[in-house]
Design a protein around this ligand. Structure first.
Ligand code: SAM
Ligand code: SF4
Length: 328
C-alpha cells in the first residue's frame, strides 16, 4: 500500500464561484458557521502536533475557495515554516490570485493549481454559474501573475463537460506546448451536482487521450506527479498533460491522501465518509494531541478498506457534502 503522507486541507467551504459540476444548482448550501471553522491556531496545532508526527509532510490548501480565507498568506507562511513541510501547494479558482500571487510565493507557496475549464469567456461564465461581469479575464490574469512570479509547476485543472467545453480539449492541451504548464483533465464525478447540465454525463480520460493523440501524438512524460494523474505529453512540448480518471479507473490502491474539512472533520476518502473523525471538537474538548495522533493512526490502518466501493455499487447516499465542502 502507498504511504499516506499527503493532506488536503480545506480552508473554507465558501466560494465566489458556483461551478455547475461542483455545487448543486438552484439550492442554497448550508455553509459552515464561522465559529465552527477551524481557527488558524487550531489548524496549525493539528498540523504540527498531530499530522506531522504521524508522517504527513505534504499539504495542499483548498476549499471552497482558499483565497477567501482571511489571513491566508500568513497561514501559508506558518505552514511553510514547519521544518517537516516538504511540499506546500494550493488549488484555487484564480479569481483573487493576481494581487496576492507574489505574497503567496514569498510566504513559501511553490506549487499552485488553477481551475480553468474554458478559454472562452462566455463558456467559462456559464460553467462557473456567473451571470454578472465576466470573470474569465481576472482568472487569466491570476494565471499569468502566478506564472511570472515563478510558480513551477503551474497546473491548470479542467473538467470536461460534453457539449459545453469538450470542443476546447485541443486548445486547452495546446497551452502546454510553449510553456512549462501542466494541464490536467479531471473526469467529472457526480458528487455535488448529480445531474450535470441536465445529465450530459462525462468524458473519459481515454476519449481525451484519443483526441489529443490523433492530433499530435502523445508520449510518456519524464515528470511524474505525486498523485493519481497519468502524466503524458505532446511530443516536444514544454509542459505535460495529466489525466485523472477517478470514474473510469479505480486508483484507490495508489491513494496517498486524506482530507481535512474546514470544520475539522478528517476524511479518509473523497467519496466515502466511513471512519471520519471530528478533530476540532476533540481539540476544543481538551483531548490531548497524542491521543488524536492515535486516532489518525487508526484511521490510516483502516483506510485501505475505505474506498470508492460504494460508488461502484451505485450507492451515493454517503455523499452528504459537495466537492466545495469536502475540499476537492
Ligand atoms: N475553488 C478551488 C478551485 O476550483 O480550484 C478549489 C476547490 S475545487 C473543489 C478543487 C477542484 O475540484 C477543482 O479543480 C474542480 O475543478 C474540481 N471539482 C469540483 N467538483 C468536481 C466534480 N464534481 N468532479 C470533478 N472535479 C471536480
Ligand atoms: Fe468554487 Fe472551486 Fe467548486 Fe468552482 S470548483 S464552485 S471554484 S470550490
Amino acid at each position: 500500500m502507498n504511504q499516506v503522507d499527503y493532506l488536503r486541507i480545506s480552508l473554507i467551504d465558501r466560494c465566489n464561484f458556483r461551478c455547475q459540476y461542483c455545487m448543486p444548482q438552484g439550492t442554497e448550501l448550508d455553509y459552515i458557521l464561522k465559529q465552527q471553522l477551524l481557527t488558524d491556531d487550531e489548524l496549525l496545532t493539528l498540523i504540527q502536533e498531530v499530522f506531522i508526527p504521524v508522517g504527513f509532510t505534504r499539504f495542499r490548501l483548498t476549499g471552497g475557495e482558499p483565497l477567501l480565507r482571511p489571513g491566508v498568506v500568513d497561514l501559508v507562511s506558518k505552514i511553510a515554516a514547519f521544518p517537516q513541510t516538504q511540499d506546500l501547494s494550493m488549488t484555487t479558482n484564480g479569481f483573487l490570485l493576481a494581487p496576492v500571487a507574489q505574497n503567496l510565493y514569498d510566504a513559501g507557496l511553490r506549487r499552485i493549481n488553477i481551475s480553468l475549464d474554458s478559454l472562452d469567456a462566455d463558456t467559462f461564465d456559464l460553467i462557473i454559474g456567473n451571470r454578472g461581469r465576466s470573470r474569465w479575464q481576472d482568472v487569466w490574469n491570476g494565471i499569468q501573475a502566478a506564472y511570472h512570479v515563478g510558480f513551477d509547476p503551474l497546473k491548470l485543472n479542467v473538467v470536461v463537460i460534453p457539449g459545453v467545453n469538450d470542443h476546447e480539449v485541443l486548445d486547452l492541451a495546446a497551452l502546454t506546448i510553449d510553456k512549462h504548464w501542466h494541464v490536467r483533465f479531471i473526469e467529472f464525478m457526480p458528487i455535488g451536482n448529480l445531474r450535470l447540465f441536465g445529465d450530459r454525463g462525462w468524458v473519459s480520460s481515454a476519449e481525451l487521450r484519443r483526441q489529443i493523440s490523433d492530433h499530435w501524438g502523445l508520449t510518456e512524460s519524464q515528470i511524474r506527479g505525486n498523485g493519481p494523474a497519468e502524466v503524458l505529453k505532446i511530443p516536444g512540448a514544454q509542459g505535460t498533460l495529466g489525466f485523472i480518471s477517478q470514474m473510469s479507473e479505480c486508483f484507490c490502491d495508489r491513494c496517498n491522501r486524506m482530507r481535512l474539512n474546514a470544520d475539522g472533520w478528517l476524511r479518509p476518502c473523497l467519496l466515502n465518509e466511513t471512519g471520519q473523525i471530528d478533530l476540532k471538537t476533540a481539540l476544543r474538548h481538551g483531548v490531548i494531541t497524542t491521543q488524536l495522533q492515535e486516532q489518525v493512526r487508526e484511521l490510516l490502518e483502516i483506510k485501505p478498506e475505505i474506498n470508492f466501493k460504494e460508488r461502484d455499487s451505485g450507492t451515493t447516499a454517503a455523499y452528504t457534502r459537495t466537492m466545495s465542502q469536502i475540499g476537492g
